[in-house]
Structures are given as C-alpha cells and as structure tokens.
Design a protein. Structure first.
Length: 643
C-alpha cells in the first residue's frame, strides 16, 4: 500500500501539504482532486521519488514499477510504435539480451551448447512477458488513442505537440506497472479517445491515481477520491459525484458547527470584557479565558467557487441565424467536408460529435467566417453577433498586456471598475487583473479568452473545446452560465458533463459529412464500438498472422540454435574418426608385415600392439558419440517438422 504519514510538501516558501495523512491500498483507483496550485502534481513527483518531503513520510512499496506520462517528447526518428514499445522496459531488455546472445552464438565454438541453453531461456522469458503479442498491443494502444494504422511507423518527430502527448500516454499504458500516475490524461484527447481510455483503464490491474478535471471521466473510473483541502488530505469512498455529496454534507455540518462555536466565542468574550476588571468576577473571567484558549477552533467552511459570471444580454436575434448551403471546406487539398446543409436557428443548442481530424474544428471555422467555403455558400442572418472561442485564441493573447488591458481594448467606454468587477467573476480580482499574460498558466489564459468572448454580447456562441485547461470549479461555472444563456450555441467538447447539460441536439461529423445524430452520448459510445469492431477484427487478424509468423520464425531460430552445436560436434567427431581410422590402418599395415614379429625388437612389438588397442578403443568411443549425436539431430529435425 501507499502510506502518507504527517507529510510536509512545499514549493518554494509555500507549504502545499502540512502534516497530511492518507493510506491507499493496493489495487485502489483514486481520483486526486483539489483547486489548481494545491499540490496534486507535486504529490505525484514525491510518489515517483523526484521530490522529498520536508517532514513526515510518503512510502511506496519497494520493487513497484511506477508508470507516468512524460511531459516532454524529444524529436526522435524512432517510429511511433517502437516509441510506445519502449514503455515496456523489461521487454526491451530481453530483446537486447536476445540480440546479444544470437550474435555470440553465431561465433560460438566449444561452448555452443551453453549458448543454445541461454537462447532457450531468453525465449522463455520473452514468452512470459507476452513479447510475441507486444507489437499488436502497442498497435491497439495507438489505434485507441486516435492514430491511423499508416501512422504507426511514422517517426515521433513528425507529430505535433498534442499528438506527441498521446504517444507519451500510450508509452505509459504500455508499461507493465504496479502504480499508474495519470495527470490530466484527457487534456489532449477527443471524446472518442476518452471513451476508449475509460474502457482500457477499467481492465488495468494495478493501483491507479488520476488527476482530472473531467467529472464524467472520474465517475466512470475511480472508486475513491483523495481531496486536497487546506494543506491536508482527506480520502472519500466512492466516485466523484459521491464525493461531491459527501463533501457538501460535511461542509454544511461544518458551517453549522462553526456558527454555533462563533456564538459561544462571542458569549465568552462578552463575559470576559464585562467582568475581567471586577475583583468579584475575576476568577470566572480567567476560567473563561482558559476555556477560549483550550477551544479547538473550527475552520469556516469554504463552499464558494472563485468563478461566477453570466452572459450579458444582447440586442435581438435573427432567425435563422446562420446557414451553410451545399457548402464544402478544405485547405487546398482533398475536401475535409462536402455538401454541408447546416442551419442554426435562434435558441438552438447544438453539440458536435466526431473523431479527432474528422472536421469538427473545420466546421466551426466555417461557421465563424474564419474559413471561406470551397463550395456552396455561408449565409448570415441580419444582426448576427458571433462569439467564437478556439484554442488558437490563447496564443493570440498579447503577452505584455493584462486582463484589464485586453478588456479595455475591446471596450473603451465602460468604466474601469465595471470591467474589474466583470473580470473578478473569472477569478481575475484585484491585482490579478493587472498581471501580464506572459506569466499565465494555460487555465488562466483560457479563462481570459473566454471572458473576452462573453463581454462582446454574442447572440451565437461557437465554442471549440472551451474546457481545455479549466479546473472543475470553472467548468461548473461555465455550465451554469451556458444554462442561463439565451442565445444559440454550437459546442465542441470532450467534457460529457458539459455536453449533456448544455446542448439539446447532437450532430455527427464523419466521413466528410455533417448529419444529425439520433441518440445521446451513450448511443454515441455504442456507435463508436460498432464502427471500430471491423477495424479491430482486421487488426487482430493481421496481428495474429504476424504473431504466428514471428512465433514460427522464433521457433525455427530456436531449433536452428539447438541444431547448430550438434552439427559442429558431429563434424568434429567425423574428423577425429577419420584421423583415428588412418592411424589404425597404418598400425595394422605394420603388424601385417611378414617379418615384423620375428625381426623386430620385442619392446617395439609390444608398444605397437598397445597403440593398436588404444586407437581401436578411441575409435569405438567416437563412433558411439557420433551415433548418439545423429539421434539427437533426428529428434531436433522431427520437432522442426512438427512446428
């Protein structure tokens, strides 16, 4: 189990954990939650041994293999599938040993039999770690995370940053780990990949710690929640929704206890103030002072989110607001979308579904007027005011400017205090409104870009992945604001909670087309499974055939490795038998000379007869070994024929 005892963790001068305690048992699936900056990622660093506590202990069982998603990906020439396979360090180590053993075996002589045994042992280890199916498993990970089959052999360096993060995730999943640490794994995934990842994690056998701002993802996976709260840790049983209920109940009880205690404190302080100077009441006053000192103060319950905003009222709405008629879209090559018939009516709330790369963002650019149609036309209603949010707008923010400065450039007439009040709803209160964007995190940039969209009073919202980088509190604030928004909306999001609460109709972008989707998000998950089934079966069949061919080749190689030393020993024995045969002939010819026994020295005769006996004995032994080796060779050949 993982044991956290009186742990103190700090970043610089700030204590993130101060005397925190928690016990996580083997096999638990734990969601790690808390406000941004409370120390979730720092805890992961401590679990990996990259950061030491300043007090207390954080213990992970010795010998555990820990897997986590690397945050950087070097520009490697390594094919994507091999990069994923590198996640299984033991597999790669065995492969290296096999390569060395086979190279040594090719040059082996007297110890060839030992090399054959070593190769056999390594092949057994390779089989034990499922080495023969490893490439197929890596291919399944890549396909599940959205990589096309033809991309599996592309070099890592050829992929963009977001896709490299998917490669890092695949590499972490490839690791046969005891503890898997996932820090916001869905940030670079679309809904299709998230649904696939949920299913994969459901069968993960080890202990899982998951940091995520996606409540539906947490609900589907975790059975416990570890909450960072005021530099302490508290473990809740159940999924994220259960945690919210338990925590709100506890906060309500805490608020009631706090109010009761504050009344008692006020009563005691009033008594002390009135009577501490009076001799007759001094003893009672002192006892009440001691009672106040002994009292364990209840911390006030903090339930308010730092985010609270609403979409501003707008003037009028055309109907229809926007229409695409027989429209096509692309970027100079083959069309991404064609024959689009898409109408946004006043008050419509539309969610777009589809795989990454299917054309959802292209459709949003077309609707926003940021991309001209390659065919057909885009028709705006009179009075249309589009509010468009996309990830590239985070990069368009001016690094040297502040949140207040950005808003003032949009609206020079409104008083500064009104702009500041508005920014406060996005947690840019006080001095935060005057901080340069250059030092902002991804979440802060996303909040600012969203604030700029909201301020412009759009009657049509086009939101392309607005929840990327946003924490749970901000996502909930956005969901509440969208529920109260009176305009029309088209939304692309991998956050199913936002989709299910914010939209009324779903459209599917697939196979270069845009069409209404008849069903809900659960139906979409089933549609994905049905769509992937033929591809999975085809990949599985191809992988099985490849694995069979590889296994056959490995088996033949192993048999050849066993056959080679036997052949060498046979060749050596045959050379020895030929030499002994010649020596025997020479002795026998000498003994056959008519006057050898009569005319020769008797000592020479005796020595020659002893030599004849020795050679005959050696020759018989060599012939016996040769016959045994021939039988061994026949057995190897018979096994090879069967395989």
């Amino acid at each position: 189990m993982i044991s956290i005892r009186n742990a103190i963790l700090a970043r610089g001068a700030k204590r993130l954990l101060d005397g925190a305690n928690a016990t996580l048992h083997t096999g638990m699936r734990v969601g790690v939650v808390g406000a941004n900056g409370t120390g979730k990622s720092t805890l992961f660093a401590a679990l990996r041994g990259e950061l030491h506590t300043e007090g207390g202990d954080i213990e992970v069982p010795a010998g555990w293999t820990i897997a986590n998603v690397a945050q950087e990906t070097p520009a490697l020439d390594t094919p994507a599938i091999d990069y994923v396979l590198d996640g299984d360090a033991e597999l790669r180590a065995i492969e290296r040993e096999l390569a060395e053993a086979e190279a040594d075996h090719a040059h082996a002589h007297a110890d060839a039999n030992d090399h054959g045994e070593r190769l056999g042992h390594l092949h057994d280890r390779y089989s034990a770690v499922d080495g023969y199916s490893a490439r197929a498993r890596a291919a399944e990970l890549l396909s599940g995370l959205g990589f096309a089959t033809e991309e599996h052999e592309r070099p890592v360096a050829s992929f963009s940053g977001g896709w490299r993060m998917r490669l890092n995730l695949a590499q972490a999943l490839m690791t046969r780990s005891d503890l898997l640490l996932l820090d916001e794994p869905t940030n670079h995934l679309d809904l299709d990949a998230i649904i696939w990842l949920e299913r994969w994690l459901a069968s993960y056998p080890g202990t899982l710690l998951l940091i995520s701002h996606d409540r539906d993802f947490l609900d589907a996976i975790v059975g416990a929640v570890l909450h960072f709260d005021q530099a302490k840790l508290k473990l809740y049983t159940g999924n994220y929704s259960s945690f919210e209920v338990q925590r709100s109940t506890a906060l309500a009880q805490q608020a009631a206890l706090y109010a009761r205690q504050q009344r008692e404190v006020a009563r005691l302080e009033s008594f002390i103030t009135r009577f501490k100077a009076k001799a007759t009441k001094a003893r009672q006053a002192q006892s009440r002072i001691k009672a106040l000192e002994r009292m364990e103060r209840i911390v006030p319950a903090h339930v308010d989110s730092p985010f609270s905003f609403r979409f501003r009222e707008f003037d009028g709405t055309p109907d229809p607001m926007l229409r695409l008629a027989e429209a096509g879209a692309g970027y100079g090559g083959p069309p991404v979308l064609s024959d689009i018939e898409f109408t946004v009516r006043a008050g419509a709330r539309i969610g777009l579904l589809g795989a990454n790369g299917a054309g959802k963002s292209t459709l949003m650019k077309l609707l926003a007027g940021r991309l001209a149609p390659t065919a057909g036309e885009r028709i705006e209603g009179k009075g249309l005011a589009v509010g468009y949010f996309a990830q590239h707008q985070l990069e368009d923010l001016r690094e040297d400017d502040t949140p207040l400065g950005h808003l003032q450039r949009l609206d020079r007439r409104t008083r500064e205090q009104e702009l500041r009040d508005f920014l406060g709803g996005f947690d840019f209160a006080g001095d935060a409104a005057l901080r340069p964007v250059a030092g902002f995190s991804g979440g802060e940039r996303a909040r600012l870009a969203l604030a700029l969209v909201v301020w412009q009073r759009p009657n049509l919202l086009l939101l392309d992945e607005p929840t990327n980088h946003l924490d749970l509190d901000m996502r909930e604030a956005l969901a509440v604001a969208l529920a109260e928004y009176d305009g029309a909306m088209v939304l692309v999001s991998h956050d199913r909670h936002l989709l299910s609460t914010a939209v009324d109709a779903l459209y599917l972008v697939a196979d270069h087309k845009v069409a209404p989707f008849d069903g809900d998000l659960d139906d979409y998950a089933r549609w994905l499974l049905d769509r992937r089934a033929p591809r999975r079966e085809k990949q599985a069949a191809a992988s099985d055939r490849k694995a069979e061919r590889r296994a056959d080749a490995e088996a033949r190689q192993a048999l050849a490795a066993k056959r080679k030393p036997v052949l060498k020993r046979i060749e050596k024995l045959e050379a020895e038998m030929a030499r002994l045969g010649e020596e025997k002939k020479t002795i026998e010819a000498q003994l056959a000379t008519p006057d050898f026994f009569a005319g020769s020295d008797q000592n020479l005769v005796s020595e020659t007869l002893r030599a004849q006996s020795r050679v005959a004995t050696k020759l018989d032994a060599a012939e016996a070994q040769w016959l045994a080796l021939q039988e061994e060779l026949e057995a190897i050949d018979a096994a090879s024929a069967v395989s």
